[in-house]
Write a protein that binds this ligand. Structure first.
Ligand code: ZN
Length: 166
């Protein structure tokens, strides 16, 4: 079973900066596989960063997409969402983030991509990239609520992702 690092027990790890990945190292593949497995087994998770499994490397999984050494090239606009985090269970926070993100990243074979993420995808990706810098959604949230899982769902139904400016 994979254990997610949580703020109550391991805030120090979550607050650490992740290292840039050297793809020639053979310890990277098992970490990526663990992250991908976690996403497959937890379809409700929007994304995960390696630090949440205890590995301080710049690796992110968003649904079935893998981003290694992601770098923000450009930001535009603003969106808002009641965010949660696998590492901060029982809390939601309203966070405003760029509506459009232009990202450069690498896949597991070292191929470099430049891709534009928009709307909810940009929101999730910004949250995950923050993890690589030791930053958490509670640092940026303008409003934070303690919630049960059912309250979490209700709030998100009532306040879906919102575009604030394009
Ligand atoms: Zn998170």
């Amino acid at each position: 079973m994979m254990k997610i690092i949580t703020i109550d027990k391991n805030e120090q790890v979550l607050r650490s900066k992740s290292k840039k990945v050297n793809l020639e190292k053979d310890y990277i593949k098992p970490i990526v596989e663990k992250m991908q497995k976690y996403m497959v087994n937890n379809p409700n998770a929007f994304g995960i960063s390696a630090v949440q499994l205890g590995y301080l490397y710049q690796i992110i999984c968003i649904k079935d997409k893998l981003l290694i050494n992601p770098k923000i090239l450009k930001e535009k606009g603003l969106g808002g969402y009641w965010e949660g985090c696998l590492s901060i269970p029982n809390k939601l926070g309203y966070v405003e983030r760029p509506y459009i993100l232009t990202i450069e990243y690498s896949d597991i074979d070292g191929t470099v991509y430049k891709e534009i993420f928009e709307g909810f995808d940009a929101q999730v990706l910004s949250h995950e990239i923050d993890h690589l810098n030791g930053m958490l959604f509670i640092d940026k949230a303008v409003d934070i609520k303690d919630v049960t899982p059912s309250q979490k769902q209700k709030i998100r139904e009532q306040y879906p992702y919102k575009i604030l400016s394009k």
